[in-house]
Design a protein around this ligand. Sequence first.
Ligand code: NZQ
Ligand code: ZN
Length: 392
Amino acid sequence: MNDFIFHTPTKVIFGRSAEAKLGALLREQGCSKVLIHYGGGSAERSGLLGRVREALKKEGMTWVELGGVVPNPRLSLVYEGIELGRREGVDFILAVGGGSVIDSAKAIGYGLGSGGDVWELFERKRKVTDCTPIGVILTIAATGSEMSSSCVITAEDGWRKLGCTSETSRPRFAIMNPELTMTLPDYQTACGCVDILMHTMERWFYASGGMELTDRLSASLMRTTMKHALILRDDPQNYDSRAEIMWAGALSHNGLTGCGSDGGDWAPHKIEHELSGLFDVAHGAGLAAVWGSWARYVSRENPKRFVSFAQHVMQVSGAGTDQEMALKGIEAFEEFCRAVNMPTFIRELGIEPTEEEMREMAEKCIAGLHGPAGKVMKLNADDIVEIFKMAL
Ligand code: NZQ
Ligand code: ZN
């Protein structure tokens, strides 16, 4: 078991009408000018943004707004937000939306707090020194960005999708009302469920350390997520299942399921970020499309954690060699993906990367990491091209 630091300072306000507490939460933060940041229209259509504006008005707060965040959020809008924030003296950013909106808010916060060209922080040329405080009203359970220390942005110049992690970006509060996720298209609900699972799966596949309590918590989180993903497939308005999934999403990426290990593998995420960077696919669907191929490729080398995944998470029964058990677990997970209408091959995303594009993505992945991807097996660019080919 490894030593660890567990730091989750985000105050969670969970349940029906949780957004009614917004005014009091902002007052607690002592901010004077808020930037309300949102996406492409769902929060306006649902009436949520209207309620947010009313809450700020009631508190006598001033604010500016910047909408238009797209999935796989873009650097150009981040620059616009930083410019707006500087001009208007913004001292708090309220993200109303999903992972893309929250990540865009964090990047704007980095730009305002750390100065200079914000992209240099993603390129690891400089370190984050500060981030303007962030608050979140979550509308999709998926990324866990509402409690996480990371954000992922795509630069249109070269379609490079890079992450930037800093404790300073963990949101001060996260309002989570499961009812707000009931307007989601089924596809986005399923993408979210896969992403939630993957955040714990990435941590499950560690190379060193680990502890029984974390394994048991993780297995329970994954099993609960799969159960309620299937319920939501048939009954999307089920409040209790929405709530289970929403809480699982936050816990899956706040560090809890990584305690005691080396932090996990994360190669599937790095590989997927190249796919969604270049082809603009939904992150959760991209993960589902590449995971099985990654798993087959690396489990040949190191099946140990795949065997325990098969037994404790997918609850595969029967005997077999390590290799056979590992494969059974991988197949069972792919079966779950298909059951919630998620792809298990890249082509099912409606794209067909060429040989050159697969090479480009693999090289960009390694360059972005400044080294090999993954821990269970350290992958170089050739390995990643192979995985893309298997996943086609
Ligand atoms: O833009 P609007 O109109 O709001 O539509 C969004 C968007 O089209 C829609 N949506 C959200 N809430 C809705 C809704 N539609 C109807 N009703 C609602 N209540 O859903 C679509 C997807 O939204 P998005 O925010 O893009 O989804 P998600 O939360 O999955 O975020 C994906 C982004 O987060 C990154 C991903 O790479 C991707 O860029 N990630 C961020 C992480 C982090 N910061 O910790 C970790 C993750 O691994 C991930 O990489
Ligand atoms: Zn993810």
